[in-house]
Write a protein that binds this ligand. Sequence first.
Ligand code: XMP
Length: 514
Amino acid sequence: MSDIWIVDFGSQYTQLITRKARELGYSSVIVTFEGACEKLNSGEKPMGFILSGGPQSVFEDDSDYSVIFNTKLPVLGICYGMQIISQYFGGVVERGEQGEYGHAEVHAESGFSFPNMPSNFNVWMSHFDHVSAAPDKFKVILKSNNNLISGIRDKDQKIMALQFHPEVNHTEFGNEMLEYFFKDVAGLKCNWSNEAMLEGCIKEVEEVKGSKVLCAFSGGVDSLVAATIAHKVIGDDLYCFFVDNGLLRPQDYHHIELLKKETPLNIEVIDAKELFYSKLANLSDPEDKRKAIGKTFIEVFETKVHEFEASHGFKFDHLLQGTLYPDVIESISPHKKGGKSVTIKSHHNVGGLPERMNLKLLEPLKFLFKDEVRKLGEAVSLEHDWVYRHPFPGPGIGIRVLGEIKPDYVRMVQESDQILFEELKKANVYEDCWQAFTVLLPVKTVGVKGDARAYEEVICIRIVNSTDGMTATWTNFSHEFLSKVSNRITNEVKGITRVVYDITSKPPGTIEWE
Ligand code: XMP
């Protein structure tokens, strides 16, 4: 299957372009300019190109873009990409004195209109330079209300360029404009769907058929979908190992039991609670705790797997991981344009595991975004509730008990988290937030329980909305809901007299407290 290549010039919105293209039904991948050149040289061809925005100026850019334009394939330029197109085809780009960032109003030039759109609309600009004269044969299709050229098109060469960002939500009718490029300018046919995604993942797994595959299984959406697809292809050559680090919530234990009963997956549970607690004793710095949890995980996993291999008389060849596209993409820095090609980050919880155990990686979801993985999960008939679980960090409750971890503190988070979980489900608002959890704060406060004075711990409720975890806003659930959760926690969780609600967004806060 051929893709649209999104050539990344360092825009902060490059991932969004990919998502939008796929949402509209066109398969797309991110490449660097250097990566695109290498691929073209080796004979690969895309369906078309989208040149992303970027913070640099064409006046400092001496790259030769003929390698792209000589293909005669469709090209959409966005912001910096528009300036590259204009300069290449002989238009005039003027150096901007001041950057233009934020909302701007644009209008269609007479004789032109995008289908199903008004002629005036608001867009999101972010650039320094601008095009002051379009290249010959290009038609100016949009101008801003302060008369700057904002869109050009040459239908014969299947090229269109926009000075603003159609991919961001602040731009009105962004999808319509992208669709216009794909259909009317480029004449492309849709090729991205759940079936296409599944086909791609299955192909990836088929390449390892005949080998034994190991999966570090957490029961989260990513590892569950990856394992389910892998199992369809290699069946019982897939072995899922689930490490119980004692830092899980009641819902996680319940979920694993359910998956063991209701899926064909071969799931081995390794009980390592005591070992984790002993390794965490006296540690209170978040990074020290993360490192100890990660290191212990690898030790436990490695030991167990070697025992398993010895008793079963075979060796594993591959490690299946639910790595997603955002983990894979490392946008090139603006100052390294054309420099580095895409690198793959090691998984931050089990970093080093494949090298240490001499396993090759199998990452069938590595071209997908979280929402696509969820769609895929439903397409392979996984239960809706399993696929729409909130993300849960690898170190689990280890970073939700602030400071030193003690089994009794873990119990307080487990019980309070379960109450919050039950109430979210009861009120039917679980899927109205990205993550919702409780945190134990290391302070004691005075309260009254029954007729006696209490001097006990504080639980904080954290509920946020987000699309990818990179930024987040605190969720404004009703006071009635929060009050119900608070009452239940103070009544039912031994050792808690006070509940607070976190009203910090990210930035400046992070989602987790540690
Ligand atoms: P922060 O707290 O950085 O979290 O705003 C962003 C997202 O990442 C999750 N998170 C982690 N996930 N290992 C993980 O697997 C970790 O050490 C870790 N720390 C944070 C967090 O739950 C949120 O979804």
